[in-house]
Design a protein around this ligand. Structure first.
Ligand SMILES: Cc1cc2nc3c(=O)[nH]c(=O)nc-3n(C[C@H](O)[C@H](O)[C@H](O)COP(=O)(O)OP(=O)(O)OC[C@H]3O[C@@H](n4cnc5c(N)ncnc54)[C@H](O)[C@@H]3O)c2cc1C
Length: 475
């Protein structure tokens, strides 16, 4: 509960500081000065049905922690919303008091967006209901549902929708930004499977989105992340689970560039039923992995091509386990950067090999193929800009001891920067907190429409704890 009479003064100072930082980063500060006092917050806490915390409350420090420990931020207050009305009340309060809103879903943002200094955090963790309609093949999930909750329910019906590898990640946080997913060659990526949504806008309206229902917003949320409001429900298309088979090759630290060039050749011709990726693990070195969706015969035929491509390289065949929890990665400190690479030429392979060797022991590179259906969808059909065949790539480095932070951050900055000549577009969920120019580049041709929609629905940029799309200036 609220009881800290010093809160308004602390907020005012922090807000001034933050406004300065926001201006430095090119992030628009709200038009009005923030003026939420302790009395106002106490009033909100009485209206909200879910838990409400400020820095004066026990549990505040636990609740503000996010997966990426590098982001140690202090929101003004945190509301764990019990329902859509709680979300609406919080957003209306934030707008009235010109407070930024930080939306928290699964808390797994690499850039720590679920928490922000001086913000009102709208925590959706309790909105995690999953309903499966097996006849229509549709899953409806609350805005804070995690992947493992969605997949546990859909697997039980023999159905799946493209999602990420870690079950702890929030479904909406992933799908609204696009999604780096398996099976996207066959079914499109996560945002391509959004068929409906409920959205609480900056002025507290609760809107239904879908084909023919608020078309501009429906377009914008399929790739534009949390810029347009709080998504309290997502409806996702489901598909049959196909058998799948995996083959992996390990290269260690030898001839990484050569292996990448072969990967670059294979990605050009990979059929829709093939998922493939190349990774450099800080400890084990380089590896190539491939999954084929379909019969054993289909997989055997494709794997024969791979054995020819990588003769004499140690390989391992493995079954796919249908585990909704997937690969869980412990909370850590992580620096990231991203690039969408349209191919791997000799010069790029050399740059990547150099990065891999320089980061041995702490730096990772992940390159996942985006092909098939996800690649063929038109560039402007959704806000998600990563169309055409390419590699959704992330370069990352973690650290545990404070003295290792600088090494990780510098390696990511240097080698992430070295990829820029090959890529302007990038998956926004794999970017570090980025300037408006970088975000403009990342969205490419879709940015002007996104900025115009933002100006219409969130002109004061209430929702700016995200890879921020600035509202377009008035014409
Ligand atoms: C271990 C790990 C594995 C990952 N694996 C993958 C992967 O395989 N594929 C992939 O594509 N990505 C992956 N990611 C990245 C992940 O998709 C993003 O970090 C995503 O933003 C996390 O969403 P979240 O809800 O868990 O995070 P949060 O920190 O809770 O939310 C991040 C931001 O997403 C937006 N958001 C979240 N929910 C809503 C909502 N309901 N309404 C409006 N906006 C919302 C908001 O802007 C919010 O601030 C991974 C991340 C981690 C840490």
């Amino acid at each position: 509960m609220i009881g800290d009479e010093r809160a308004p003064a602390a907020w005012s100072r922090r807000h001034l500081l933050q406004a300065g930082l926001a201006a430095a980063a090119g992030i628009a500060a709200p038009a009005l000065a923030a003026d939420a006092g302790a009395g106002d917050l106490a009033g909100l806490s009485r209206q909200v049905r879910g838990r409400f915390l400020t820095s004066a409350d026990a549990g505040y420090d636990d609740a503000r922690r996010v997966w990426n420990k590098a982001y140690d931020r202090r929101p003004l207050a945190m509301a764990r919303c019990a329902d859509v009305d709680d979300v609406r009340r919080c957003v209306e309060f934030a707008r009235r008091h010109a407070l930024p809103v930080a939306i928290r879903g699964g808390g797994h943002s690499y850039a720590g967006w679920g928490v922000a200094d001086g913000a009102l955090q709208v925590d959706l963790g309790a909105l995690d209901r999953v309903t499966i309609d097996p006849q229509r093949r549709v899953a409806s999930v609350g805005g804070g549902t995690r992947i493992k909750q969605l997949l546990a329910a859909s697997y039980a019906q023999g159905l799946i929708t493209p999602m990420g590898a870690c079950g702890e990640v929030g479904v909406a946080g992933l799908a609204l930004a696009g999604g780096d997913t398996a099976a996207r060659g066959l079914y499109g990526t996560a945002c391509d499977n959004i068929i409906g949504a409920q959205l609480v806008t900056a002025d507290g309206e609760v809107l239904e989105l879908g084909p023919g229902r608020n078309d501009d917003l429906f377009w914008a949320i399929r790739g534009g992340g949390g810029n347009f409001g709080v998504v309290t429900r997502l409806d996702l298309q489901l598909h049959p689970i196909l058998p799948s088979h995996n083959l992996g090759f390990r290269f260690g630290w030898n001839d990484i560039g050569a292996a990448m060039r072969v990967f670059g050749e294979l990605m050009r011709t990979a059929p829709d039923y093939v998922r493939m990726g190349f990774e450099v693990d800080p400890a084990a070195g380089a590896a190539f992995g491939c999954r084929v969706y379909g019969s054993e015969v289909l997989a055997g035929d494709y794997f024969a091509i791979l054995h020819k491509a990588f003769p004499r390289v140690e390989s391992r065949l493995s079954p796919t386990r249908l585990d909704p929890v997937g690969e869980v990665w412990d909370t850590t400190n992580l620096a990231v950067d991203a690039a969408f690479l349209e191919g791997v030429d000799d010069a790029l392979a050399a740059v990547l090999e150099r990065a891999a060797l320089a980061g041995r022991g702490f730096g990772a590179i992940l390159m996942g193929l985006s092909n098939g259906k996800a690649a063929r969808i038109g560039m402007t059909e959704t806000a998600y800009p990563l169309r055409g065949t390419g590699l959704s790539s992330m370069i990352s480095a973690e650290w545990q001891r404070p003295e290792d932070r600088e090494r990780a951050v510098s390696w990511v900055a240097e080698h992430g920067g070295a990829l820029r000549p090959w890529a302007t577009r990038a998956y926004v969920n794999y970017l570090p907190p980025s300037s408006p120019d970088r975000i403009r580049e990342a969205y490419g041709v879709n940015h002007p429409r996104l900025a115009a929609i933002k100006a219409h629905v969130d002109p004061d940029n209430l929702f700016r704890s995200n890879q921020n799309i600035l509202p377009a200036p008035a014409a």
